[in-house]
Design a protein around this ligand. Structure first.
Ligand SMILES: C[S@@+](CC[C@H](N)C(=O)[O-])C[C@H]1O[C@@H](n2cnc3c(N)ncnc32)[C@H](O)[C@@H]1O
Length: 321
């Protein structure tokens, strides 16, 4: 008898969505990214934004050599490229992997994984923060990067949503047909690709977003969560209202919160039960107006010269003559 080679039918598991308004949906899925991603249709997401595990031995990861680490991400990246809409953008936030004192800048390795799959780099954003561990055998690390890729040349980019106050709005063209006319943009200037330390971040034209450490209002027990304002800037610039946003390594749900806060639908996938629980609690607190969020344009506090912390200790005065 002839055997029928029946193709196995793929089970499509629709996640259950919660909504904050009839048009804005969100969900946190507990599971492994690779298997969960296969449940979504091609081109669903206008923005994929994430910070993958860095392979530095955090509680949720097992440290391995760099080649093995990257190869485990290749199948996930194939899926992410499939899920990105034709006008879509992908933001991949990473720092360094360090092995026996040698530094491996992860964005350099990841760049080729995305480029070889046809994505086009639009910016390599340097996210600079003022605090962190002090190194003794190299300079202390004070930045991480976000690789922003688009899927095509026709990509969503709403610069006006994230313009910042110009430092010199009174500048005028001094020659040519526009001579005497204001030379800037009345809505403010382009915030640049360096989100850097400065006294007043949003207002001053450079973006300094403190990373989420113990004195940050958003701090949870997660060891390396996104500041919500960092994701908000990407969401506002790189999606439209009602777009779908995905974070395949969602942690405690910062991407989902930044998205629903701005009228975008969002899905977060996270393998650890405790982080999923925290993410859901934070989303609930946000919906009830109780989540502490660092406002997107809040100035960074810099102690004045008269503050005690700015004074040279009397024990060191001999070195400061
Ligand atoms: C760098 S953290 C991301 C933190 C997140 N940006 C936030 O704001 O909370 C990476 C997260 O990916 C999760 N993770 C690692 N491998 C995963 C996998 N295969 N599937 C789903 N989640 C994973 C880890 O548990 C961790 O919470």
């Amino acid at each position: 008898m002839k055997k029928h080679n029946k193709k196995k039918q793929k089970r499509v598991k629709e996640p259950l969505f919660n909504y904050i308004s009839p048009n804005v949906y969100h969900t946190i899925i507990k599971g492994d990214s690779l298997s969960e991603l296969s449940n979504f249709p091609n081109g669903k997401f206008d923005l994929i934004i994430t910070s993958p595990p860095y392979n530095i031995g955090k509680v949720y990861e097992t440290k391995t050599d760099i080649d093995k680490y990257l190869s485990t991400h290749e199948s996930i990246i194939d899926e992410l490229v499939r899920l990105l809409s034709n006008n879509g953008n992908l933001c991949w936030q990473v720092g360094n992997f360090v092995d026996k004192g040698e530094v491996f800048p992860l964005d350099i390795y990841y760049y080729w994984l995305f480029k070889s799959r046809g994505l086009r780099l639009r910016n390599r954003i340097v996210w600079h923060f003022g605090h962190g561990l002090h190194a003794s055998k190299r300079f202390s690390g004070r930045y991480e990067t976000i690789l922003w890729f688009s899927k095509s040349d026709d990509y969503i980019f709403n610069l006006d949503n994230v313009r910042i106050k110009s430092k010199y709005p009174g500048k005028r063209h001094f020659k040519g047909p526009k001579k005497g006319m204001p030379s800037g943009n009345p809505l403010g200037k382009n915030p640049s690709d360096i989100w850097e330390i400065i006294e007043r971040d949003w207002d001053s034209g450079l973006w300094d977003i403190p990373n989420v450490k113990s004195n940050h209002p958003e701090k949870t027990q997660h060891p390396c969560q996104f500041p919500i304002e960092l994701v908000e800037r990407c969401v506002l610039a790189l999606t439209n209202e009602n777009s779908w946003v995905l974070d395949p390594f969602a942690g405690v749900g910062s991407t989902v919160i930044a998205s629903i806060k701005n009228g975008r639908n969002a899905i977060g996938i996270e393998k650890e039960e405790s982080y999923c629980k925290l993410a859901k609690e934070r989303i609930k607190a946000y919906n009830e107006g109780e989540l502490k969020i660092r406002p997107i344009n809040k100035p960074i506090h810099t102690p004045s010269v008269t503050d005690k912390v700015s004074q040279v200790p009397k024990e060191w005065l001999q070195h400061h003559k």
